[in-house]
Design a binder for this molecule. Structure first.
Ligand SMILES: [Fe+2]
Length: 358
């Protein structure tokens, strides 16, 4: 509820900046608390890519500094407007993490950036359980987002020469993430991350109504195709992609806006969405939807150590064109999906008391 948020984001807090209205800067005492948690996890695990590490991070997350944990829990509830948060102040030693990978296809353990990976999974685990997709890097939790020249013009994380259009992660899939985090290791190119919240969309009433009807299809994006999952770390057999292939062959009509009127949710994928054939009204509503996302855009230049937490059911995102040098210091982000499933039955709850089921 808004009242809850105003308590948590209290004005006297040293850590909230008003420029993009949702920045939490970790102070030195919080840093040392967090480093202690990371240190204990690093003694036990050599990778974040395991069920055991993920569970340990969920338990450790309950010991995060109280101010940070409170804000993360409010966002995790899904019960606030414009639910995103930039968490700043974690320091990365640029030499210690090694060179930026040239490709997402990297080994899963014994990496020089375990500390950074644990930080991201730790914070993400305060929101819910981290997860990956079998059809996207064989289930890896933490993806590498780095520029790849061969796909520079594609709608993929590895692109750079084209704008990465508005999307929510895995908008085509019912099991899409509730939330996700992006962590920046490097961004000296100053690429701009764009975000837009469903709460900020200014649309005519009849456009909202049209967007709420199953008059659209969203195809799986390219990252879930066999060609984008060829790896030196594993070999995925073709059967793993059967479900994706069915979605490609027979996309089901869906709405783009759903959920309660006072707390709408959205699924967006500008490059892979279509109105149903011959439905001119839906096509017009779709164009208005994308224009409204443009008007609602907030632009962020992520810095090393930043974590951007986005509500994947309420916030669409994209990225500007940028010019990488394809060298050892090029832009390098990590992404992890988070499921918390709390909103499955939101429609059955009291709109004033979200923890009360009607
Ligand atoms: Fe994305």
């Amino acid at each position: 509820m808004v009242s809850t948020v105003s308590v948590v984001f209290k004005p006297e807090s040293r850590s909230i900046s008003s420029d993009i209205d949702r920045i939490y800067t970790i102070d030195s005492q919080e840093k040392s608390q967090i480093e202690t948690l990371i240190g204990k996890l690093a003694e036990r695990f050599i990778t974040v890519e395991s069920e055991e590490t993920a569970l340990a991070c969920e338990i450790a997350a309950t010991h995060l500094p109280e101010g940070l944990l409170s804000i993360l829990k409010v966002i995790a509830s899904g019960d606030i407007r414009s639910s995103y948060l930039l968490i700043r102040g974690f320091e990365i030693d640029d030499n210690a993490i090694g060179g930026s990978p040239a490709h997402w296809d990297q080994p899963w353990q014994d990496r020089p950036y375990l500390r950074e990976e644990l930080f991201q999974v730790l914070l993400s685990s305060a929101i819910g359980g981290v997860f990956g997709w079998r059809t996207q890097e064989n289930g890896r939790f933490l993806r590498h987002i780095v520029p790849i020249e061969a796909v520079k013009d594609e709608q993929l994380g590895g692109s750079s020469a084209t704008t990465l259009m508005w999307h929510t992660e895995e908008a085509f899939h019912l099991g899409r993430a509730d939330f996700f985090t992006l962590m920046c290791y490097r961004n000296r190119e100053q690429a701009v991350t764009n975000i837009a919240c469903v709460d900020d969309l200014n649309l005519a009433e009849n456009t909202w109504r049209t967007l709420r009807q199953p008059r659209f299809t969203i195809l799986p994006d390219k990252s879930h195709t066999p060609v984008e999952n060829t790896s030196e770390q594993w070999k995925l057999n073709a059967e793993a992609f059967n479900t994706i292939q069915k979605m490609m062959n027979n996309p089901q009509p869906i709405p783009l806006i759903y959920g309660r009127n006072d707390m709408p949710l959205m699924q967006a994928d500008q490059a892979f969405v279509s109105a149903l054939d011959g439905d001119d009204q839906a096509a017009a509503a779709l164009a208005e939807f994308h224009d409204a996302l443009d008007r609602a855009a907030i632009h962020l230049q992520m810095q090393p150590g930043d974590i951007l937490l986005l509500d994947n059911l309420r916030v669409a995102h994209g990225r500007s064109i940028y010019q990488p040098d394809y060298g050892p210091k090029h832009r390098w982000l990590r992404r992890v999906n988070i499921a918390n499933g709390r909103r499955v039955n939101f429609g059955l709850r009291d709109s004033q008391k979200i923890r009360v089921m009607l």
